[in-house]
Design a protein. Structure first.
Length: 426
């Protein structure tokens, strides 16, 4: 198809939204799961299933659809249960997210109890998706839930990437960083992973739950320093927990374990690129590994927009920006990215639309999946008496975007593959 020639403001919004959502129609979780079961050599074996993360119920249902009675037992740890599909053989435990809570502790104990029960299954299959680091925890004594919350708040203030945070979590965990494999009783175990970590890939989804992580004390201490943990009592408990965990990790797991990727952000990005091309846009591929401080990412996108061809083009990328939160404003990563991009489009010499949308359907605020902005957004905000710079400084993007009708409704998608970012230019 040739370059799109009917790029009026309304069609730009429609096209950007279409590019950002097309992947959901093209990626079938059941088909992908069935193929990976076959490729991994476990399709003809009997399984116990342990699913942990935001997509745990959907992943479990896909396995049961493919294998039926070959699945002997199941346990799913998720962040909510309705109105989502769950396999009848699966026990469900609800954890807390994004900060671990009592539900997360119960989930950790449920996983340990499940793995300790006698089983005649051939394989223990772990189904892992984003959010598992918070939904299911087992802190090594004397580390407490309050300590985990303090670490999370420090990481949010510092703006470190998710890999650094997950390394800190794993360093004092009895379940993450491969510790859970010490509790598997079957001779073989396997993990299928939905990747939501563009910095380090599958290994650091769910704090490396089924990957071996055995860091040195000096390495972990440097991580504490990076996120600004200065409280001596907290550091002392984290160190003691690290030592407790290290003693357990010295034991070699009895199970023969393998990890496999079920889906990653690059698959979502490929679908978005294909849709943009079908709509007649020249595509500028921003990559499937977008990360780092949102202001730096916005500067990069702004530079590409400024030098883009004058033909209709679409900038498409996937990833997860980070936000150094100052104040108590309400918003999310996608909303933050979109709000900052409004200023970029306002300065542009042609019409444009930017969409930032979460793949799991939730951008921190309940019922919100992301946001979109166009060249007129900054002007509309001013007409509503909104101080654009003040909103950006306080990260209070949700009420501002809501008041001008620029939010994208969120619903649970059953996926968790980071965020998708699209800019289309007339």
């Amino acid at each position: 198809m040739g370059a799109r020639d009917n790029t009026d403001a309304r069609s730009l919004v429609t096209d950007a939204r279409s590019i950002a959502t097309r992947w959901r129609d093209e990626m079938d979780l059941r088909d992908m799961t069935g193929k990976l079961l076959e490729d991994s050599g476990v399709k003809d074996l009997t399984l116990d299933v342990v699913a942990i993360g935001k997509a745990s119920l959907e992943m479990t249902a896909a396995v049961v659809d493919a294998l039926g009675e070959s699945v002997h037992r199941g346990l799913a740890v998720c962040d909510d249960t309705a109105p989502r599909r769950s396999a009848s053989i699966t026990d469900v435990v609800v954890g807390d997210h994004p900060v671990p809570g009592e539900g997360s502790l119960r989930a950790g104990m449920a996983v340990f109890d499940f793995l300790s029960q006698p089983s005649d299954a051939d394989v223990t299959l772990f189904l892992i998706s984003g959010g598992a680091s918070s939904l299911c925890v087992a802190p090594a004594p004397p580390v407490t839930l309050d300590d985990l919350a303090a670490v999370w708040r420090a990481a949010l203030r510092s703006g470190v990437d998710i890999t650094a945070l997950n390394m800190i979590r794993a360093a004092s965990s009895l379940i993450a960083g491969g510790a859970v494999l010490r509790r598997v009783s079957t001779a073989r175990s396997q993990s299928f992973i939905l990747v939501d970590n563009v910095v380090s890939g599958a290994e650091w989804v769910a704090s490396a739950m089924t990957y071996e992580f055995r860091p040195s004390e000096s390495f972990v201490a440097e991580l504490w320093h990076r996120i600004g943990i200065a409280d001596r009592d907290l550091r002392g408990r984290l160190l003691a927990g690290f030592e407790t965990r290290s003693a357990i990790m010295a034991n070699v797991p009895d199970t023969r374990h393998e990890n496999a990727v079920l889906a990653d952000p690059a698959m979502m990005l490929e679908s978005a690129i294909n849709q943009a091309e079908r709509l007649g846009y020249e595509v500028l591929n921003m990559g499937a590994d977008i990360s780092g401080d949102v202001e730096n990412v916005v500067a990069q996108w702004s530079s590409v927009i400024d030098s883009a061809p004058t033909r209709p083009v679409a900038l498409v990328g996937a990833g997860e920006v980070t936000v150094k939160v100052r104040g108590d404003g309400e918003g999310g990563r996608c909303q933050e990215f979109a709000w900052l991009m409004a200023s970029v489009l306002d300065r542009a010499e042609r019409d444009g639309v930017f969409v930032a949308q979460s793949s799991d359907g939730r951008d921190h605020v309940e019922g919100v999946g992301g946001a979109w902005v166009d060249r007129a957004t900054s002007t509309i905000a001013r007409d509503h008496g909104i101080d654009w710079a003040a909103v950006a400084a306080s990260h209070d993007t949700y009420p501002a975007l809501k008041s001008i009708g620029r939010l994208i409704e969120g619903e649970h998608t059953g996926w968790n593959l980071c965020d998708l970012y699209v800019a289309v230019l007339a």
